[in-house]
Design a protein around this ligand. Sequence first.
Ligand code: PGA
Length: 258
Amino acid sequence: MVRTLIAAGNWKMYKTVQEASAYAEAFLSRVGNFQEVEMIICPPFTALPALSQSLSHSPVKLGAQNMHWEVKGAFTGEIAPSMLKELRCQYVILGHSERRHIFRETSEEVGKKVQSAFAWDLCPILCVGETLEERENGATNQIVEEQLLKGIESLPPEKAHTLVIAYEPVWAIGTGKAATPHDAEEVIAFIRQKLGEKLGQEMVEKIRILYGGSVTPENVFDFVVRPSIDGTLVGGASLDPEKFWKIVQETYRALQVK
Ligand code: PGA
């Protein structure tokens, strides 16, 4: 089954509002009406209002990089799901490894965020992935399983098909050393097996699983051409509109031969 492929850009803590607007203009001039690949941009919170405006009549969708699970309250520095909805975000990255490792987010917290995202009709992009040490100790599956199952513990079955998982090995993020497509497929097959045990095979066929970690215009084709990989979550290479557009085009080229 060929699912719609995704090219999602995670800008992390890059780009001011002005820079984000300039990017949108440059990127949209290339995209035009192109809709064959689902394109998602996840800028910093401060750029969401400007991009919400500039992307509104385009096929490019908007996502956030994080959120709190509560709807409102005394949580200084946090952003609520309702605030993302108001800005027409459709996606939200949850459990990115930088959140887990630098800001000590736990899998339980990520699970609460996933549940809250579904309650607000936001599609979570749930990130899972092992560190180099965990891989070398043979613990990859164990780590990924823990992050995955706690992440989707309270998944409403009727919305499960909108879930997106991103397999991002921590050692491949921002290092220029991507996993091999073969390694990525191996873990993604394991993720699908675990999802199948929880949600049933029919549902699993609908869930999209991305690869992330040092994706470039040069290597993206080899990932997304694989039957089990439904797109990519791109950090560094998504910061340049020309490179990100190339990634979208390469993703489309893979779709033709899938
Ligand atoms: P990278 O980041 O493409 O710069 O490796 C990927 C990510 O963190 O999502």
